[in-house]
Design a protein around this ligand. Sequence first.
Ligand SMILES: [Zn+2]
Length: 95
Amino acid sequence: MIPAAEILGNHVAKTLQDLHQQIEAAKLITQALLKHVGAPALCKGCGAQILFVRHTASSGKLTPYDPDGLNHFGTCPKAAQFKRPKTKEATQHAG
Ligand SMILES: [Zn+2]
């Protein structure tokens, strides 16, 4: 008789492996998509190669991406210098 933990362990390992493969596939798709829609540029903060993508469906703002598909705001060591300080006016209009 096979112990339940062993069956469950194999199942979890297989599920994680499948998930990992799906993530890797999604990364490749994202990278290919970025090459088509992104505008190559260099980050003014850290100098890294980035791709600007305009998010027309939501904010319409340009968002910088790393070539591997991650949002550069999340990976840039100088990200803090790009944050706009909230003004009183902006705060009042937001409410
Ligand atoms: Zn940067």
